[in-house]
Design a binder for this molecule. Structure first.
Ligand code: AMP
Length: 208
């Protein structure tokens, strides 16, 4: 968990690669659906572009399907879910049914202005999904991916005004979910500032 720009996606991918857990990102699943023009993608596109949340039942359905998939039977790492209290409660019920309780929830803590700076400079390759940052991790050529030569684009929801909107949605809808896990004794906080490698080491120490 953490504000947009806290580094959830980067760290979840890296952490999953080091373990048997699968990586479940509702944001990635929704972006795939938008790219593929599926009915779900068409429904989600407008909310995502405006920095709003897509309906709870849509994301709960995505997570339920992924948890049942073969690659998730050795464990899972949720990224960007749950983002509302109803999602957190639905997840509790789903995991109780599956007899697969959560081990912990991690909050990646990054000051808001730092997160905004990270998001505004973020660029993503439309070919292979590699992420860059114009200031902190620039590609050799601002328009092309170093790895595959694909074109680099800014996520529509990484534009400055939409970022502010996403931050407000986080404070209103997602911050209460932290209390849900704090009360359950499951919340672990990790300092999310510094380089991705530094954060990963801190994170790995917390989940060991
Ligand atoms: P992310 O990549 O996690 O920042 O997600 C990008 C966008 O996808 C969000 O701004 C929402 O519009 C949507 N989204 C992702 N996960 C959720 C979720 N758990 N609940 C509602 N909307 C979500």
């Amino acid at each position: 968990m953490g504000t947009p720009g806290a580094g959830k996606g980067t760290q979840a991918r890296a952490l999953a690669a080091r373990s048997k857990a699968c990586h479940i990102s509702t944001g990635d699943a929704l972006r795939d659906a938008v790219r593929n023009g599926t009915p779900l993608g068409r429904e989600a596109e407008r909310s995502m572009g405006q920095g709003l949340l897509v309906p709870d039942d849509v994301v709960i359905g995505i997570v339920e399907d992924r948890l049942a998939a073969a690659d998730c039977q050795g464990g899972f790492l949720l990224d960007g879910f749950p983002r509302t209290l109803p999602q957190a409660r639905a997840l509790d019920a789903l995991l109780a049914r599956r007899k697969q309780p959560l081990d912990f929830a991690i909050l990646l803590a990054v000051p808001r202005e730092e997160a905004v700076r990270r998001l505004a400079g973020r660029r993503v390759c439309d070919g292979c999904g590699t992420m860059y940052h114009l200031a902190f991790d620039p590609p050799r050529d601002a328009a092309c991916c170093d790895r595959c030569g694909g074109s680099l684009a800014q996520r529509e929801d990484d534009r400055e005004e939409t970022i502010r909107h996403r931050m407000d949605v986080y404070a209103r809808e997602t911050a209460p979910v932290l209390d849900h896990y704090r009360k359950a004794g499951l919340l672990r906080e990790v300092d999310g500032t510094g380089s991705p490698d530094e954060v990963l080491e801190r994170l790995a120490a917390k989940v060991a």
